[in-house]
Ligand binder design. Structure first.
Ligand code: HEM
Length: 367
C-alpha cells in the first residue's frame, strides 16, 4: 500500500503545501521580531517599567534623568522660557567643571596661598625687616603724587575685598563651614559674593588706570637683569642698583597688575554679566580661568604687600605720605635718585650735577 501511486501523490501534495507555506511562516517571524523588541524595550523604558521600577528599585529614576539629560534631542523636552540654553535642563559639562573647581583648583590653589604665606612668614622670622644702613637725612623726595596714591589705595582696597570674598566663595566650604557652622558660613559667603559682584567692575577700572599711570617707569632696562641675578643680595639687605622701580616691582607690575589683572577682569566680567548671551560652558571656562588667575594673583600679592609694609623700612611711607627720605632713595633706587638729583642740578654720588629744570620745586624737593 505504501508504494501505491495514490500515496505518492498525497506525499507530493503535502511537501508542495509545506514549501508553499514557508515564505508565509518566515514573513510572520519577521513581523513578530520588531514587535517583541519593541515590547522588550518598553518593558525597560516605558511607563510600566517606570512603575515597576518604583516597586523593585524605589528612587532609581535613572531613565527619567537620562531623558532630561538628552536635552534638545528629546522632542518632548521643552520650556516656555526663552533664552540661551533654556531647553537644556542638565548640562553635562557642568559635572566636569564642578570636579575641576572642587578638585585641583581648590586643593592646589589653597595650598599655593598657604605655602606663599608661610614662606613669607619664615623669611620675616629669619631676616626681619630690611633696615636702612645710613641714618635718614631728614630731606624727603616726592615719590608718588596724590593721584598715584589715591589710585593705588583704591585698587588695593578693592583687591583685598575681592581676595577675601573670593576666598570665602572658593574655600569657605572647607574652612569656615567646619569651623563656624552653616550660619556663619552662609552669611559671610552671601555678603562676600555680593561685595565681589559689585566691587569687581570698580577693580576693572582701577586696573586699567593703574596700567596707564605706572607703565612709564616700569619698562624693562638692562640693569633690571642684573638686579634679578642679584635678588639674593637684595633679600639679604645688600645694595643692588635699581631705577624708580626695581626688577621685582616690575615683575609685580607686568605679571600681577597687568597680566593677571586683565585676566581676572575679563573673566570676572563674563561671570558678572551673564546677560550678554554667553552660555553655561563659556561661564564655566571663565570661572576656571578666573579662579586659577585669582589664586596666583593672591599668592603673588603677598610678596608685594610684605615688601611694601613690614619687609622693607620706609617703603610704606612712600605710599602713605608720598615721600621718601633721601637715604632710602639712595639705598634702594639709586638710579632714580641720581636722576632726580640731576634734574635738580644737585650732585648725586657718582654723578656730575646737571642743570635743574624750572619745575624742580613742583616735583617735590622739600629742603
Ligand atoms: C583681585 C582680583 C580678584 C580676585 C582675587 C578674585 C577672586 C575670585 C575667586 C577666588 C572667586 C571664586 C571662584 C569660585 O568660587 O569658583 C571669584 C569669583 C567671581 N569673581 Fe572674582 N576675583 C577678582 C576680581 C574680579 C573682578 C575684577 C570681577 C568682575 C569684574 C570678578 C567677578 C567675579 C564673579 C562674578 C565671580 C563669581 C561669583 C559667584 O559665584 O557668584 N572678580 N573671584
Amino acid at each position: 500500500m505504501h508504494g501505491s501511486p495514490a500515496w505518492g501523490c498525497a506525499a507530493r501534495c503535502v511537501i508542495a503545501l509545506l514549501l508553499a507555506s514557508m515564505p508565509q511562516a518566515f514573513a510572520t517571524t519577521q513581523q513578530q521580531t520588531p514587535t517583541q523588541q519593541e515590547a522588550a524595550r518598553q518593558q525597560q523604558t516605558g511607563q510600566p517599567a517606570e512603575a515597576q521600577r518604583e516597586i523593585t528599585q524605589p528612587l532609581n529614576n535613572a531613565p527619567f534623568w537620562r531623558d532630561v539629560r538628552a536635552g534638545d534631542k528629546n522632542a518632548y523636552q521643552t520650556t516656555q522660557v526663552r533664552g540661551v540654553e533654556t531647553n537644556v535642563l542638565i548640562q553635562n559639562e557642568g559635572e566636569i567643571w564642578r570636579r575641576i573647581r572642587n578638585g585641583p583648583i581648590t586643593v592646589f590653589g589653597g595650598w599655593l596661598v598657604v605655602v606663599a604665606f608661610l614662606a613669607i612668614g619664615l623669611f620675616y622670622w629669619w631676616r626681619g625687616e630690611i633696615m636702612l644702613h645710613e641714618p635718614r637725612t631728614g630731606r624727603v623726595i616726592v615719590r608718588f603724587t596724590s593721584w598715584e596714591r589715591i589710585l593705588h589705595w583704591t585698587t588695593a582696597i578693592a583687591f583685598v575685598t575681592l581676595a577675601v570674598s573670593g576666598i570665602f566663595m572658593l574655600f569657605g566650604r572647607y574652612v569656615i563651614l567646619p569651623l563656624f557652622g552653616y550660619t556663619v558660613f552662609s552669611t559671610l559667603t552671601i555678603i562676600g559674593k555680593n561685595l565681589h559682584n559689585f566691587i569687581g567692575p570698580l577693580f576693572v577700572v582701577c586696573t586699567l588706570l593703574m596700567i596707564l599711570t605706572f607703565i612709564r617707569d616700569n619698562f624693562i632696562r638692562r640693569y633690571d637683569w642684573t638686579w634679578m641675578r642679584r635678588i639674593g643680595d637684595f633679600l639679604k639687605g645688600r645694595h643692588v642698583p635699581a631705577g624708580k622701580y626695581n626688577a621685582g616691582e616690575k615683575v609685580w607690575f607686568w605679571l600681577g597688575v597687568t597680566l593677571l589683572g586683565i585676566i581676572v577682569s575679563a573673566t570676572g566680567l563674563v561671570l558678572d554679566f551673564p546677560n550678554f548671551g554667553q552660555g553655561r560652558e563659556a561661564m564655566q571656562i571663565a570661572n576656571v580661568i578666573h579662579a586659577v588667575a585669582a589664586v596666583g594673583f593672591m599668592a603673588l600679592s603677598l610678596g608685594h604687600i610684605y615688601l611694601g609694609t613690614i619687609g622693607l623700612e620706609g617703603s610704606y611711607d612712600a605710599m602713605r605720605h608720598g615721600t621718601v627720605d633721601e637715604t632710602w632713595a639712595k639705598e634702594h633706587h639709586d638710579y632714580w635718585y641720581q636722576d632726580v638729583m640731576a634734574r635738580r642740578g644737585r650732585k648725586a654720588p657718582g654723578m656730575p650735577p646737571k642743570t635743574a629744570p624750572a619745575s624742580s620745586m613742583q616735583e617735590g624737593w622739600k629742603l
